[in-house]
Design a protein around this ligand. Structure first.
Ligand code: GSH
Length: 266
């Protein structure tokens, strides 16, 4: 079996997306944490963006091309369906995940007023980062401001249609999420999971799993909760790349709790 290495930080939605694809494909890999402030671990690539995936001696970047590469190299457990038409539909939904769902998350942080909640979130995120690539106290303390001024996030914001506010965008994304799920069992009404499921799953659960949010709100919606449970069947208990001791709310427990809660309210 060829050596597979995933370089990145667990707080990146794109890195978690690639990890979930690797887990789905049952490809053993080594996760190599990258320091976001001084990404010397990926200096060999001559650039600073994660995820970087290395298969044998070859490395590449960019999560969707990486998923295509994985399918090319390891066709079993396809991430792109069974034919060209399915592949195009999956790529279109994946674009929505990147340009709307993930972007909306970054936008909420970028445009938020500095508040106790925002600081709590940023400090929790940096404690996860620092658990894998130790950061100086001053850097950790400054993380709330650094998050809001990160050049790559600023750059992402250039593509946003500002005629829609951040909260309108969140509302739209929530509605479109349900539309794209199409009652499941997987995104796009598909019978097997695809790249889209593995792009969305870690993004939806991360903040709750590491203790930023008090509740996994999407799991209040029965179709979403059932979908989360189905996706988890293809993944390890902790597919989020953060160390187990950083997981405040383990995923199987999240789903059991929300099942109990909805049974109580039924
Ligand atoms: N289109 C890329 C986006 C990757 C990306 O934006 N990664 C961020 C972390 S979430 C990053 O590496 N930022 C630092 C940099 O670009 O220098 C993908 O899908 O992989």
């Amino acid at each position: 079996m060829v050596d597979i290495k995933l370089y990145g930080y667990s707080t990146s939605p794109y890195v978690r997306k690639v990890a979930c694809c690797l887990y789905y494909k049952q490809l053993p890999f080594e996760f190599l944490p990258v320091n976001p402030v001084d990404p010397s671990e990926i200096a060999f690539t001559g650039q600073t963006q994660v995820p970087v995936l290395q298969i044998g001696d070859e490395w590449r970047i960019d999560s969707t091309p990486l998923a295509l590469w994985l399918d090319e190299r390891f066709p079993e457990h396809s991430l792109f369906g069974q034919n060209e038409e399915e592949k195009q539909a999956i790529l279109e939904m994946d674009q929505w995940v990147s340009n709307s769902l993930i972007l909306s998350g970054f936008r909420s942080v970028h445009e938020a007023q500095m508040s106790a909640r925002l600081r709590h979130m940023a400090w929790r995120l940096v404690s996860v980062v620092s658990s894998q690539t130790p950061l100086a106290e001053e850097v950790r303390n400054a993380w709330p401001d650094l998050l809001q001024t990160a050049p790559f996030i600023k750059h992402m914001m250039c593509d946003i249609d500002k005629s829609e506010s951040a909260s309108e965008m969140r509302g739209r994304v929530g509605m479109q999420l349900i539309e794209h799920l199409k009652d499941g069992p997987f995104f796009g009404g598909r019978t097997e999971p695809s790249l889209v499921d593995f792009a969305i799953f870690p993004q939806i659960v991360f903040s709750y799993a590491i203790g930023i949010d008090d509740e996994l709100l999407p799991s209040r919606i029965p179709v979403v909760r059932d979908w989360l449970g189905r996706v988890l069947e293809y993944l390890p208990e902790n597919p989020l790349l953060a160390p187990d001791y950083m997981i405040v709310n383990p995923l199987p427990q999240i789903l059991d709790t929300s099942r109990e809660r909805s049974a109580q309210t039924a």
